[in-house]
Design a protein around this ligand. Structure first.
Ligand code: DAH
Length: 339
């Protein structure tokens, strides 16, 4: 029986040493020390021993049990230690490694300048209004004093969705929507996308942006228009910029004008930038036509107003010396990251 016990000890130790997986260690305990284990099986035969042999074998069996348990515990500890070392090694961080660059986006130049203009407008007491890009013919043309056969419709080659619905060709329809729903005094700007079926070239794009302005109140005159727009333009282009108003025609304003700013490049001499003119056209404006007020239920005998429309792309192109409008819409990172 002694030999049998020693064999168990040897076998258990061998098996234990071969195990590299923590989870398998318990199978050794069960196999040798468990209720149905090999050591237990031998102890069950103790009854057949003599009274002298019994304590000797009993002591040996206990010693072997302690020995195996001890070895399992030690091996467990070793394996845990190894696992920990392996994990630490794998998770080692080299804090001196250079970090990964995360490219950060930038605001589009159109957005930057638009936000600046919105800031200026808010500072001057304007609210910001919006209107739909898919619009009724009525708002885009008819209510603005452009009846169906009006020749000025041709100058804005319009994308029609149906006979009565179109992609707005100007931000002026927002004037109508605001006047229909708000009572004077009205002081708004309305920035947004507009669409015209122009072939794209350096100065034309089928999609571009305008900023509409509208002021309606009692006693508004051309003097208010001039002073407001002069202030506005000086805030955009700088205090030393020089502006002039030139008579023009728009169906929805009477009288109408275009505002030019003196060429920043040649100061009125005439150069390539201003095409020899000395002046650069910036916006259209005028006193809101009495018919337009009346179309919106505002009594032109009581109220008057002025309106203006600015092309955003043109302002941004002049500001940064950009010579092709298509650059704004091509999403070329090399171009956009310059601003
Ligand atoms: N809507 C005009 C255009 O797209 C620009 C314009 C001119 C707007 C005069 C106005 C205005 O509000 O008063 O050409």
């Amino acid at each position: 029986m002694k030999q049998a016990l020693e064999k168990i000890r040897q076998a258990a130790v061998q098996e234990l040493e071969a195990i590299q997986d923590l989870k398998l260690l318990d199978t050794v305990r069960v196999k040798y020390l468990g209720k149905k284990g090999e050591l237990t099986a031998i102890l069950k035969q103790m009854g057949s021993l003599t009274a002298e042999e019994r304590p000797v074998i009993g002591a040996l069996a206990n010693e072997i049990r302690c020995d195996i348990e001890d070895k399992i515990a030690r091996h467990t500890q070793e394996l845990r230690e190894q696992a920990l070392q392996k994990k630490l090694l794998e998770e080692k961080l080299d804090v001196t490694m250079p970090g990964k660059q995360q490219p950060v986006g930038k605001k589009h130049p159109l957005t930057k300048v638009l936000e600046e203009i919105e800031e200026i407008s808010l500072g001057m007491g304007f609210d910001i209004a919006e209107g739909p890009e898919v619009e009724y013919d009525y708002y885009n043309f008819e209510a603005l004093n452009l009846p169906p056969d009006h020749p000025a419709r041709d100058s804005q080659d319009t994308f029609y969705v149906t006979d009565t619905i179109l992609l707005r060709s100007q931000t002026s329809p927002v004037q109508i929507r605001v006047m229909e729903t708000q009572k004077p005094p009205i002081r708004i700007i309305a920035p947004g996308r507009v669409f015209r079926s122009d072939a794209a070239d350096a100065t034309h794009s089928p999609l571009f942006h305008q900023i509409e302005g509208l002021v309606v109140d009692k006693g508004i005159t051309m003097a208010n228009l001039k002073s407001t727009l002069e202030t506005f333009i000086k805030k955009i282009y700088g205090d030393d910029s020089v502006v002039r108003f030139r008579p023009h025609h728009f169906p929805f304003t009477e009288p109408s004008a275009e505002l030019d700013v003196m060429c920043f490049n040649c100061h009125g001499e005439g150069c390539r930038l201003c095409k020899g003119e000395g002046w650069i056209e910036i916006l259209g404006c005028g006193m809101v036509h009495p018919k337009v007020l009346a179309n919106c239920g505002i009594d032109p005998e009581v109220y008057s107003g002025f309106a203006f429309g600015i092309g955003l792309e043109r302002i941004v192109m002049k500001r940064y010396g950009i010579d092709d409008i298509r650059l704004f819409f091509e999403n070329d990172d090399k171009f956009l990251s310059q601003f």
